[in-house]
Design a protein. Structure first.
Length: 74
């Protein structure tokens, strides 16, 4: 069974990568989901922001075009 870690890697990438690596060091399988909206991430994820928004029925490009983080979080 995997542990799912969800976060905005564009602003918290280093912190979430630390969490992922710590869990993996304890032998856990980790799925990292990037819920970033406006920025890009310096680290890789298992599930991209485009996939997250597609699952919500919208495109990441459409959300980014609005340039409104508050609306994107909704």
């Amino acid at each position: 069974m995997a542990i799912v870690v969800i976060g905005t890697l564009d602003t918290k990438g280093a912190e979430l990568d630390f969490v992922r690596q710590t869990l993996q060091n304890y032998g856990h399988s980790v799925i990292l989901i990037d819920a970033s909206v406006l920025g890009s991430s310096p680290i890789s994820s298992d599930i991209s922001p485009a996939e997250v928004f597609a699952a919500a029925g919208v495109s990441l490009n459409a959300v980014q075009a609005q340039n409104n983080r508050g609306q994107a979080v909704e």
